[in-house]
Each structure stands twice: as C-alpha cells, then as structure tokens.
Design a protein around this ligand. Sequence first.
Ligand SMILES: Nc1ncnc2c1ncn2[C@@H]1O[C@H](COP(=O)(O)OP(=O)(O)OP(=O)(O)O)[C@@H](O)[C@H]1O
Ligand SMILES: [Mg+2]
Length: 266
Amino acid sequence: MEKIGIDAGGTLIKIAYEEHGKLHVKTYSIQEKNELLQWLKFISPGAVLHVTGGKNNLIPNLPSQKAHFIDEFQSLLEGTRYLMNIEKQPSKKDYLVVNIGTGTSIFHVAHHKIERLSGSGVSGGTLMGLGSIITGKSTFQELIALAEKGNHENSDLLVRDIYEPNEPPIFWDLTAANFGKVNHHKTSEKADHMAALIQLVGEITISLAGQLALHKNIHKIVFIGSALNGNRPLKNVLSSFQDKLSYKAIFLDKGAYAGAIGALLA
Ligand SMILES: Nc1ncnc2c1ncn2[C@@H]1O[C@H](COP(=O)(O)OP(=O)(O)OP(=O)(O)O)[C@@H](O)[C@H]1O
Ligand SMILES: [Mg+2]
C-alpha cells in the first residue's frame, strides 16, 4: 500500500489503510507503540504515513517511510463524512460531531467546514480512571462488562426519589444527583456505580451537545471515538434524550477510526 492513515490520540493509536480495494482498520495502545512501528516497517516499508492526533510526534519521519502531519479536525470531518456515506447516513444538512475519546470534543459540521464548539473532560479517560478507582478493574472491556450488569438507579438519586409520592414538576426519571443515592442505598454495588459513572459521562456529554444543537438549530448528532467501542450502556444514555432534546443520535460502526480514515484520505 502507498499510504497509511494514523490517528495517534491520548490513549490509542488508530490505523486505517486500503488493501486490494478494501478498507482495513486496527488499534494499538500508546504502550504498544514499538509493536506498531515494527508492523509499519513490515507491512509496507515504502508507504507514506498520514499522521494526525495529539500524539503524532510518536510516529517518526524516516527516509524510508515519510510521515506527513494532517490536521486533526479536518481528518475527523473527512473521516466522519466518508463513514456516514458508506454506513448509509449521508447528510446534506449541518450536524454535530461528538468525538468521545480520552477527552471529548464537540464540532459543528457545515458543508466542508468544521468548527470546534466545545468539549468536556468528563469522557473516556474518566471512565478508565474513576472506573478503576471505583471497581478495582483496569481494562476498558472489564469496566464496560461490569456496567452492563449494573443499574445506575441504585446509585443515582432520581427526581422521583425526591418527589415520591408527589407529582414532580419536571420529568420524574431525570437524574437529580449523580451518585446521590450511594450513601443511603447501601445495597448498591460496584456494577451499579460503574453504570452510574457511564450515566454521568453520557449525561454531561449530551447536556452540552444538546444545548449546542438547540442553539444552532441542528437535529442530528453523530457520535464517534473509541469510548463507544462495544459500549452499549453509553450509547443508551446518549440516545435516551432524543425525544426530550429533539435530536437524532447516529453511531458509526467504525466511528473510532474517523480520524485515521480522514488522514488516510487526505
Ligand atoms: N482497548 C482500550 N484500551 C483503553 N481504552 C479504551 C480501549 N478501548 C476503548 N477505550 C476507550 O476509548 C477511550 C480512548 O478513545 P480514543 O481512542 O477515541 O481517544 P484518543 O484518540 O486516544 O484520545 P484523544 O482524541 O482525546 O486525544 C479511552 O479513554 C477508553 O475510554
Ligand atoms: Mg482522538
């Protein structure tokens, strides 16, 4: 292959390349950088590397394998647009892109322009860090599997918990206080806390993105980033406010690779 797209982020390095007309993707953790460099030498010694992401300096520029830096926001835009087309979600109208990676960034996409509107530090890195403090487990897969078994309502204090038996003035199933039930609902367990942590990350994300969508009169929000990989609980939270905030949530199968694919296409 002539080109390889590389998105080196705060936690994971995502790779995209084409072989025999087919798109391939793979992921390395930052710690596996040396394995990645070996693989790059092995797979295609003469290829040009199109590198994006905050940790692009991890990829060396060698005479045998030239590295070109590609703008991260532009890569995300091009990769997301490409994926929306092949995953049959094309959009002529403006939409928001929410990239939930180590941290979260929120972008407004209009035609060929992308503008970063906002972001949040309550994100994928928070799931890993707070998740491991709460549960003692350290891998992403373990944390998500635990959350799947839990129920956030055992840890979060809901509006209905405060108002019952009265009729609340706002939606009864909204969270009144994240983790607000932990002290007086002693039966809640680690799995419930992990579900509550995902609820927290999802709620912060969607309250920011939802407000921005409202302000910009946008009704489509496209979620990308590796924090969504196999993360059904987080997708559920991000989808659960669609009616209240009038947006349509779109998840792209290869959304974790939007940056790498966009860099490859550049
Ligand atoms: N195998 C994994 N190892 C570690 N984290 C994972 C893994 N799979 C998914 N994740 C989740 O994905 C997040 C990283 O997502 P992503 O790769 O999109 O971010 P990044 O590009 O490394 O960071 P940023 O874009 O913020 O610089 C982690 O914080 C974690 O929540
Ligand atoms: Mg990233």
